[in-house]
Design a protein around this ligand. Structure first.
Ligand code: NDP
Ligand code: 2IT
Length: 449
């Protein structure tokens, strides 16, 4: 087991997020390998940690001043064992190979858990959409797609959104793909409703995450009704996480962005959430403006010298990290436990460090890893692909019901796999094991490819 970790540390030095994601899965699946000697013989770990294909390309574009800019584009096609490559695109200055490989690796298991036929991928660029005009974003997206189009397709690889990529970017990317290929196919998901998008796709990650949390609470005979919740981020996933928590009777007291966080003791109600949606999605402004509008709330600037994020140091029952990777460290987890938290459900991908997860599990906190809890987003992407293939659009209730059924099934699958392999109640082990077994069995069926 250590060998595979040593191997990737030697082969891929410095890719710390990728190493972190691999280590977690490898530790979880050890009992599965022990029970199935064939897996080791067929080198499944060595194969599953090596992307099937990595595409790295130059993205030149012209800004509004007429200056030429150059960014780096990526697509990591990690696994096509159970379906076409599938996973989001992230536009953020922090994007690098390590981050996209960790995300693609996680996506393989997440997509397997959805029960739909999707392989795993991730892509993006170090382009920062913040502060850019719509025209600049459009020119960037067109240049990005001018290379990516030759590597993707409705039956090959179907990208979608992630941090910094929402409906606007998907629109520009789709337009360019269609022009270059001269075909109108479901090559991207997260499309707008008028031209192939699915109802509930914008809501799906956040709603699904809260459905998953409700299932977990149900195992302890309780619900979100009356629970105080901490939510981080204020983008797509955070907004719809808050919306569903409110619908289920919970109270949300925090939201954040990379500049800082707001704490609203009175609770972020439906009207305040609508304000946040306008602030973030239309004006693309900072969350600090919330306190100008609602003076009862308090804004705290982000301070990386603190060694912890004070957002996670408020009295609460449930926490939903919905911003980015490694946003909850050991100290944050200790603060959450001290403040009485009983559930942490990951809307973001890998927001808890391994040390934070240990603290949560040691303290019997219900903890759901992102690859299970945030799988609703890609699940509804899968439903968007199905609708596109049929050239049909399902009504809102139908997609939402399917999403609920999928989240319930993922919850059950995690618990069953965890129990079968000797770690009852451990959703992390369960998610890793169940996703791994499905993908690895498909790899074995298909021979050495
Ligand atoms: P958005 O771009 O809509 O929102 C991202 C939010 O997180 C913003 O509030 C952003 O603040 C904050 N954020 C981003 N990077 C950092 C950082 N380095 N430090 C602090 N805050 C940061 O993205 P999404 O809501 O789509 O994605 C949020 C998380 O959910 C990501 O981990 C993503 O991988 C995951 N996810 C997304 C899915 C989807 O369908 N969109 C599906 C499953 C998971 P700011 O505006 O200041 O950058
Ligand atoms: O992390 C994720 O699951 C996503 N960003 C969504 C991927 C998708 O293809 O819908």
């Amino acid at each position: 087991m250590t060998d595979i970790l040593k191997l990737i540390e030697t082969k891929d030095p410095g890719e710390k997020e990728f190493h972190q994601a691999v280590k977690e899965v490898v530790e979880s699946v050890k009992p599965v390998l022990d029970r199935n000697p064939e897996y080791r013989k067929m080198a499944v770990l060595e194969r599953i940690t090596e992307p099937e294909r990595v595409i790295l390309f130059r993205v030149p574009w012209v800004d509004d001043q007429g200056d030429v800019r150059v960014n780096r584009g990526f697509r990591i096609q990690m696994s096509s064992a159970i379906g076409p490559y599938k996973g989001g695109l992230r536009f953020h200055p922090s994007v690098n190979l390590s981050i996209l490989k960790f995300l693609a690796f996680e996506q393989v298991f997440k997509n397997a858990l959805t029960t739909l036929s999707m392989g795993g991928a991730k892509g993006g660029s170090d382009f920062d959409p913040k502060g850019k005009s719509d025209n600049e974003v459009m020119r960037f997206c067109q240049s990005f797609m001018a290379e990516l189009f030759r590597h993707i397709g409705a039956d090959t690889d179907v990208p979608a959104g992630d941090i910094g990529v929402g409906a606007r970017e998907i629109g520009y990317l789709f337009g360019m793909y269609k022009k270059l290929r001269n075909e109108f196919t479901g090559v991207l998901t997260g499309k707008s409703l008028g031209w192939g998008g699915s109802l509930i796709r914008p809501e799906a990650t956040g709603y699904g995450c809260v459905y998953f949390a409700a299932e977990m609470l149900n195992t302890r005979n309780t619900s979100l009704e009356g629970k105080t919740c901490l939510v981080s981020g204020s983008g797509n996933v955070a907004q719809y996480t808050v919306e569903k928590i409110l619908q289920l009777g919970g109270k949300v007291v925090t939201l954040s962005d990379s500049s800082g966080y707001i704490y609203d003791a009175a609770g972020i109600d439906r009207d305040k959430l609508d304000y946040v949606k306008r602030l973030k999605n239309i004006r693309r402004a900072r969350i600090m403006e919330y306190v100008d509008k609602y003076s009862e709330a308090v804004y705290t600037e982000a301070d990386s010298t603190l060694g912890c994020n004070p957002l996670w140091d408020h009295r609460a029952d449930c926490a939903f990290p919905c911003a980015t990777q490694n946003e909850i460290n050991r100290k944050d987890a200790e603060n959450l436990v001290r403040q009485g938290i009983s559930l942490v459900c990951e809307g973001a991908n890998m927001p808890c460090t391994p040390e934070a997860v240990d603290v949560l599990l040691d303290n019997k906190v219900l903890y759901a890893p992102g690859k299970a809890a945030n799988a609703g987003g890609v699940a509804v992407s899968g439903l968007e692909m199905a609708q596109n293939s049929m050239r049909l659009n399902w009504p809102r209730e139908e997609v939402d019901n399917r999403l609920k059924i999928i989240m319930r099934s993922i919850h059950r699958t995690c618990l069953d796999a965890a129990a079968e392999f000797g770690t009852p109640g451990n959703y992390l082990a369960g998610a890793n094991i169940a996703g791994f077994v499905k993908v690895v069995n498909a790899m074995l069926d298909q021979g050495l490819v």
